[in-house]
Design a protein around this ligand. Structure first.
Ligand SMILES: Cc1cc2nc3c(=O)[nH]c(=O)nc-3n(C[C@H](O)[C@H](O)[C@H](O)COP(=O)(O)OP(=O)(O)OC[C@H]3O[C@@H](n4cnc5c(N)ncnc54)[C@H](O)[C@@H]3O)c2cc1C
Ligand SMILES: NC(=O)c1ccc[n+]([C@@H]2O[C@H](COP(=O)([O-])OP(=O)(O)OC[C@H]3O[C@@H](n4cnc5c(N)ncnc54)[C@H](OP(=O)(O)O)[C@@H]3O)[C@@H](O)[C@H]2O)c1
Length: 278
């Protein structure tokens, strides 16, 4: 589950394929209460929440495991800019038994976090991976959804939750002559684990949050790096630091009130605006 993109054998050098390699999922023609599409943070939380109501819940995910944005985004420098512990679920069983090692954890640690969520809440038993939902139709007479997938299965459910994220679809600009470009082209959300940029000429197009992160990380490598910036961005020093378990254990006593305060704040963080701390 750790490697999304190992070096493809005998395939083209472009890295635009969408999903992980499909695997056999057995017969998935199902009739259930609730189908959740997407196994990121939202889908995992919904699965836990609706199970508690006694619903028969299933989750389909296009990738090969949970994690959503963090399953796909493995480019150098990929990490949150929401500090610990706020980038996490406000579920006591989950946060009581988890400690991040950095103030702003990276994608490696975030994938471990999602594996921890899965293990703690026992989610995978009701999830199917490497399945992409391709269509859904609501049958008014039966008051049920009929959901199609890329493996040809049909799922019928009373409730359908689309937890597909706002950033899970990749965008490749239609650059002129892109198909005849002789170098290798990679999208940051499909960054291959085997890629070694040492000694190479590297061009990074885009200076959003991803561009800012990937350029900082690649600049440390022994490569010739050019950043192409259409619109300049503003980035502040993030003051990254290691977190000790002791420090997190002390903070953990306050997590429930922090999460409560975060819920009431306009930003989802428990900062006190009057203190000028943001
Ligand atoms: C690099 C990066 C860094 C970020 N950093 C932060 C941060 O610091 N703080 C913050 O608050 N937010 C951050 N975000 C925003 C991030 O999207 C959210 O924090 C969060 O991950 C969203 O979770 P989600 O479950 O809603 O969606 P996602 O995590 O995007 O999960 C959606 C899932 O749905 C699956 N899916 C989509 N369509 C289908 C389909 N048809 N069939 C089956 N499965 C499907 C996708 O494969 C994906 O796994 C970041 C995003 C990125 C990309
Ligand atoms: N919180 C974090 O730490 C973090 C880290 C990474 C990503 N994210 C989130 O993930 C999402 C995606 O971020 P992203 O940075 O990957 O994408 P993005 O925010 O959409 O930025 C895309 C960048 O590519 C540029 N671009 C697009 N098309 C171009 C073209 N044809 N020619 C030249 N430049 C082009 C854009 O320039 P223009 O601005 O000129 O269009 C922009 O700089 C965002 O929601 C972001 O907040 C968050």
């Amino acid at each position: 589950m750790e490697q999304v993109m190992d070096k493809p054998q005998g395939q083209s050098h472009s890295n635009f394929q969408g999903d992980d390699l499909p695997t056999k999922n057995g017969n998935l023609d199902l009739n259930i209460d609730l189908l959740i599409v997407g196994g990121g943070m939202s889908g995992m939380y919904a699965m836990w929440k609706f199970r508690q109501l006694g619903l028969n819940v299933k989750l389909y995910e296009a990738g090969s495991y949970f994690g959503g944005a963090w399953h796909w985004n493995r480019y150098p420098g990929a990490r949150v800019d929401s500090e610990s512990p706020y980038y996490g679920l406000s579920i006591p069983d989950v946060y009581r038994t988890w400690s991040y090692t950095e103030r702003f954890p990276d994608h490696h640690e975030l994938r471990k976090y999602f594996a921890h969520v899965d293990a703690t809440l026992n989610l995978a038993k009701d999830a199917s991976f490497n399945i992409r939902v391709t269509g859904a139709r609501f049958n008014e007479e039966e008051a049920k959804w009929t959901v199609q997938t890329n493996i040809g299965s049909v799922t019928t459910c009373k409730y359908l939750i689309l937890a597909v994220g706002s950033t899970s679809k990749i965008h490749i600009p239609d650059f002129k002559n892109i198909t005849t470009y002789r170098g290798e082209i990679f999208h940051s959300a499909r960054y291959p684990s085997y890629l070694d940029v040492r000694g190479k000429k590297v061009a990074c197009i885009g200076s959003g949050a991803t561009g800012v992160q990937v350029v900082q990380a690649l600049a440390r490598e022994d490569c010739q790096l050019h950043a192409y910036i259409r619109t300049p961005n503003i980035a502040l020093p993030m003051r990254q630091r290691q977190m000790s378990k002791d420090e997190e254990d002390q903070g953990r006593c306050f997590y429930d009130s922090w999460f409560r305060a975060a819920k009431q704040s306009p930003f989802g963080f428990p900062y006190n605006l009057a203190s000028g701390c943001i």
